[in-house]
Design a protein around this ligand. Structure first.
Ligand code: NDP
Length: 449
């Protein structure tokens, strides 16, 4: 761990004391605090106004019971969460995660990251996150619908296009957003398109929203390489995950001439020397909701399935971790470095552990932190809100063009900010500081609230 200034160290102690057992939140907060020392020296008024102390405390946290009935008639009870972290720049914005691992600490880490990520996009969105420990895997469409309806029956009172605007995340895709929107509309008797993003493109959704996080991460990676006089064409790419972010990372990397070798899920990974067949992977994971081993079976001899194990054992030039938090540890980073990796960019939120980040940075590997690299998803959600507010819809090319401009700007902001604070090439510091500066300026203007 990097040392903190005495003031930030005592704030970190206070975070540990006030938020016991929330390991992921501690990790996310510590990573940001490690970047902020020089900013508080340069801007003492931020320290006086206790901006960091206020930032680490959510504006509001909601936890609620979600009762529902499964197909066999059994009553089930899950827990729902929404953490409304910071609204200095706009309505709370951030996805909903449905996964059995979800707890308050995970939602708080995601919500905290979201504040800085959303600020980096340059758009008017605050930070929030929510979800439930409900596991949609193996559940029928009818069960998922009943769960979503019960979840929204409570959550709706906290939402609104000017208040809090959720989207998808792990376990929440187009199907779930549809059911959630339907219940919101029914309860409120309002067609309030801007209350959720990631909607179907036939009823208020934006073109390219589904693609945006994965496409954006590949565009960010291309920018990091360009900055070093390299490009993606012909490089070997490793992707983890096989959900929304992974699928569209694979698609975009291939479109830019890279060769994508891997994909994974929680059961293991596949290696396809001929390059991942993204249409087949989409069919298996998105349409059939099957397991990744089916991909290897249907590719005949072209691909192999490895149960368990680490996808990062496969030698690649570029690694795009796109599954979940802390999936790429120090050992995996050492293996990647030994195999000559050039760049690692986080499609998922916090997939690379702090020790692994250090290994990569010390080896001179270009590193894209999720706050910056996967911000294309939320940025396009903000473009969806803009289209909803104007009752217009843009075509795919227009949204993709806006996304490309935003990703280029985020990369430039990271580079310029890291240079300004004397840490050239450190995109972690660049992203944390640039995101903080924008939120901090707004909080200072708006007084002690
Ligand atoms: P999905 O639910 O669509 O896909 C998640 C994928 O990751 C699945 O293939 C899942 O496998 C796999 N996975 C989950 N946990 C593990 C694990 N422990 N080990 C290996 N694989 C695992 O989610 P998304 O693609 O939307 O999200 C992926 C990541 O990207 C998350 O960190 C999310 O917060 C982040 N993100 C998403 C954005 C978006 O727009 N969707 C925006 C910005 C960040 P399985 O099917 O076996 O569970």
């Amino acid at each position: 761990m990097t040392a903190l200034t005495p003031q930030l160290e005592s704030l970190y102690d206070e975070i540990l004391r006030r938020n016991p057992g929330e390991a992921e939140f501690h990790q996310a907060a510590r990573e940001v605090l490690e970047s902020l020392g020089p900013v508080l020296v340069a801007r003492p008024e931020y320290a006086t106004a206790k901006l960091v102390e206020r930032l680490v405390e959510p504006e509001r946290q909601v936890m609620f019971r979600v009762p529902w009935v499964d197909d066999s008639g059994t009553v089930r009870v899950n827990r729902g969460f929404r953490v409304e972290f910071n609204s200095a720049l706009g309505p709370y914005k951030g996805g909903l995660r449905f996964h059995p691992s979800v707890n308050l600490g995970i939602i708080k880490f995601l919500g905290f990251e979201q504040i800085f990520k959303n600020a980096l996009t340059g758009l008017g969105i605050g930070g929030g996150k929510g979800g439930s420990d409900f596991d949609p895997r193996g559940r029928s469409d009818a069960e998922v619908m009943r769960f979503c309806q019960s979840f929204m029956t409570e959550l709706h009172r906290h939402l609104g296009e000017h208040t809090d605007v959720p989207a998808g995340d792990i376990g929440v895709g187009g199907r779930e957003i549809g059911y959630l929107f339907g219940q919101y509309r029914r309860i409120t008797n309002r067609w309030e398109a801007g209350v959720l993003t990631g909607k179907g493109t036939g009823w208020g959704g934006s073109q390219a929203r589904a693609e945006a996080t994965g496409y954006g991460n590949v565009l960010f990676t291309a920018e990091m390489l360009r900055h070093r006089g390299q490009d993606l064409e012909g490089l070997q790419v490793g992707v983890s995950g096989s959900g929304n972010v992974a699928l569209y990372s694979i698609e975009k990397a291939q479109a830019l001439g890279a060769h994508v070798l891997t994909a994974s899920d929680s059961s293991g990974y596949v290696v396809d020397e001929k390059g991942i067949d993204v249409a087949l992977l989409k069919q298996i994971k998105e349409v059939e909701r099957g397991r990744i081993s089916a991909y290897a079976e249907r590719r005949g001899g072209a691909a192999r399935f490895v149960a368990g194990g680490s996808v990062w054992d496969v030698p690649v030039d570029i690694a795009l971790p796109s599954a979940t938090q802390n999936e790429l540890d120090e050992n995996a980073a050492l293996t990647l470095v030994r195999n000559g990796v050039k760049a690692v960019s986080e499609g998922a939120n916090m997939p690379v552990t702090p020790k692994a980040v250090r290994v990569l940075q010390e080896a001179g590997v270009a590193f894209g932190p999720g706050k910056a690299a996967n911000a294309g998803g939320v940025a396009t959600s903000a473009l969806e809100m803009r289209q909803n507010a104007g009752r217009v819809s843009w075509d795919f090319a227009q949204v993709e063009q806006e996304l490309a401009t935003i990703m280029r700007d985020i990369h430039r902001t990271c580079v310029e900010t890291a240079d300004r604070y004397g840490t050239p090439g450190d995109n972690v510091a660049g992203a944390n500081i640039a995101g903080f500066e924008r939120v901090a300026a707004a909080m200072l203007d708006q007084g002690v609230i």
